[in-house]
Design a protein around this ligand. Structure first.
Ligand SMILES: NC(=O)c1ccc[n+]([C@@H]2O[C@H](COP(=O)([O-])OP(=O)(O)OC[C@H]3O[C@@H](n4cnc5c(N)ncnc54)[C@H](OP(=O)(O)O)[C@@H]3O)[C@@H](O)[C@H]2O)c1
Length: 308
C-alpha cells in the first residue's frame, strides 16, 4: 500500500477536526495534525499531533524537514469576517503571508498544497458561481482569501488545489467559534427570538460533506479550483426555518430582517452559492440535502429530529 504523508494545519477548527476524523479512518494516510493549541481537540486515536502556529515560519520549516509531507491541507485561517476587517495586519499575516510561506516550503519539499477558501472571494452580485467565474471580494477577509488562493496557485507547485466552501455548519469538540446551525439550535431551544437575514443567499455546507470532498481532492491528486458546498440555494432565513422544522422547534421565533439593519464591520456578499458540477463529476462529491445533513447533525448531537 502506498502511504501519503498528510499534514493538516488548523486541525482544532470545525473543518480541521472533521478532516482529521475522516482521514484517520483511511489506513493509507500517515497523518500529522497541527493547530495552535497545546493539545488536540479531536479524539486521541486519530493520529499524531504537534502544536503549530503557521505564522511561526521557523517552526513550519522545521516541521517540513521532520515530517516531509506529500500533501499539506491548510485549514488554518482567521475566519471571523468582521475581525479581519478591523485587524487587517493580523488577518493578512495568517491568511496570506503564512500561506505564501507554506507554499514555498511545499515547493522546496515537492509537496502538494490544498488551500481552503471561501465564497467571500465573490461580490455576491450574481451567484451561484462556477470555479471559472471571476472573483471580486468586497471584504478584507474575502481579499485575504483570494490572495491566499493566488499564493497557492502562483508558487510554481506541480500540484495545488483550492477548495472553496460556503457557510459551513456542524459540530466538534470545544470549538472556538459557533456556526449558524449550532447558533439557531441554541437560541430556539431556549425559546429566544433571533433576527435572521432574508437577503443573503448561500448554499450551506455540512462539514462532514466538505471534509469528504477535500479527502477526495487528496486521494485523486487533483489540481485546480473546486467548489464544495451543499446543492440548495437558500436565504439564511430559509435555512434557519429548515433547522427549526427538522428539530421541531418554534419557527415563529425566527424574525426576518435584512443585512442593512445589522451593524456589521465588513460587507457581506448578498447572493453567493456554488455550482458544484465540477466536484460532482471529477471527485464524485455527493453532499447530503440540507434536511439529511441536519438529521445527521442531530444524531451526532444526540438530539431528536423529525422524521423525513
Ligand atoms: N466556517 C465557514 O462558514 C467557512 C466558510 C467558507 C470558508 N471557510 C474556510 O474554511 C477553512 C476552515 O475554517 P473553519 O470553518 O474550520 O473555521 P474555524 O473553526 O475558525 O477554524 C480555523 C482554525 O484556524 C486556526 N488558526 C488561526 N490562526 C492560526 C495560526 N496562526 N496557526 C494555526 N492555526 C490557526 C484557528 O485556531 P484557534 O481556534 O486557536 O483560533 C481555528 O482552529 C478556513 O480557510 C475558512 O476560511 C469557512
Amino acid at each position: 500500500m502506498l502511504f501519503k504523508r498528510v499534514l493538516i494545519t488548523g486541525a482544532n477548527g470545525l473543518l480541521g477536526q472533521e478532516l482529521v476524523a475522516q482521514m484517520s479512518r483511511h489506513p493509507e494516510y500517515d497523518l500529522l495534525a497541527t493547530a495552535r493549541g497545546a493539545t488536540p481537540l479531536f479524539p486521541e486515536n486519530a493520529g499524531g499531533y504537534v502544536p503549530l502556529d503557521i505564522t511561526d515560519f521557523a517552526a513550519v520549516r522545521r516541521l517540513f524537514l521532520d515530517f516531509t509531507p506529500d500533501v499539506v491541507v491548510n485549514c488554518a485561517a482567521m475566519t471571523q469576517v468582521d475581525l479581519c476587517e478591523s485587524e487587517r495586519d493580523a488577518c493578512w499575516k495568517v491568511n496570506v503571508d503564512a500561506v505564501e510561506h507554506l507554499a514555498k516550503c511545499c515547493l522546496q519539499h515537492g509537496s502538494r498544497l490544498v488551500q481552503v477558501s471561501t465564497d467571500f472571494v465573490f461580490d455576491g452580485a450574481n451567484g451561484p458561481y462556477r470555479e471559472t467565474d471571476r472573483p471580486h471580494p468586497i471584504s478584507f477577509y474575502g481579499k485575504s482569501k483570494w490572495a491566499s488562493e493566488n499564493a497557492a496557485r502562483g508558487a510554481g507547485l506541480d500540484r495545488w488545489a483550492v477548495a472553496r466552501t460556503i457557510l459551513v455548519y456542524g459540530t466538534g469538540r470545544n470549538l472556538s467559534r459557533s456556526n449558524i446551525a449550532l447558533w439557531v439550535l441554541d437560541k430556539l431551544s431556549r425559546d429566544e427570538p433571533i433576527d435572521v437575514v432574508t437577503d443573503q443567499w448561500r448554499t450551506p455546507t455540512y462539514v462532514v460533506d466538505l471534509a469528504a470532498g477535500i479527502e477526495k481532492i487528496v486521494r485523486y491528486n487533483r489540481s485546480g479550483v473546486y467548489h464544495l458546498s451543499g446543492r440548495e440555494l437558500l436565504s439564511i432565513h430559509a435555512f434557519a426555518h429548515c433547522i427549526a422544522e427538522v428539530f421541531d422547534l418554534d419557527a415563529s421565533l425566527i424574525r426576518p430582517t435584512d443585512g442593512a439593519r445589522f451593524r456589521q464591520t465588513a460587507a457581506r456578499p448578498p447572493r453567493t452559492g456554488f455550482i458544484i458540477l465540477k466536484a460532482e463529476t471529477e471527485l464524485g462529491f455527493r453532499p447530503r440535502s440540507v434536511r439529511e445533513a441536519l438529521r445527521h447533525l442531530g444524531r451526532r448531537l444526540g438530539l431528536s429530529v423529525t422524521a423525513s
